[in-house]
Design a protein around this ligand. Sequence first.
Ligand SMILES: C[S@@+](CC[C@H](N)C(=O)[O-])C[C@H]1O[C@@H](n2cnc3c(N)ncnc32)[C@H](O)[C@@H]1O
Length: 187
Amino acid sequence: MKLAIADPPYPPFVGAGGRKNRASRWYGSGQRSRTDRPADYHADAGEWDDPARHRRLLLDLLGTYDGFAIATSPDGLAAYGELPAACRIMAWVKPNAVPGSHRLRSVWEPVILYPPKGRRSNRGGVGAIPDVLTEPAPRVGFRGAKPPRWTEWVLAAMSHDPATDIVDDLFRGSGLVSSALGSEIAA
Ligand SMILES: C[S@@+](CC[C@H](N)C(=O)[O-])C[C@H]1O[C@@H](n2cnc3c(N)ncnc32)[C@H](O)[C@@H]1O
């Protein structure tokens, strides 16, 4: 089967206090404060500051892959719009999340999971995968990097079969997802 892990820049935060673009701030040449250290640079990062781009990604993945996972932020879920009935929301809890300016400290990030057809049932004792993973965020100096256990968890939720599946890491970033994929496939 063809599977994808999509970890695009998170959608903009649009609230009463205005709008905060995240994609061009952390991965492009958008507005940022003097203390911000962008993770890397992609010339088209700004396209992810448009919520409609995220919806398009979901529709593209549905048309191209048998199964996929999209990493996003709690407030970013809305940008993906109505999800197919087969989708599940998984929660990655990061106990070491850095406090922000809000009184409510956000310590989790959602993953939109579209498990492949034929791999959604727990009948026959195939084993259930928890929809919550508690794992610290890696401190590798790259904003948005995912720890190896995150990739293993997402693969398990798609019942990944290294013998038959192809997995595309669509937003490489630090390379941690791709290297976890490499060791999974080699194992
Ligand atoms: C959240 S990070 C990915 C983190 C990665 N999964 C990891 O574990 O390090 C998003 C990545 O998407 C890249 N990106 C930004 N705009 C893009 C575009 N238009 N097409 C492809 N990649 C883009 C960013 O430069 C960044 O490397």
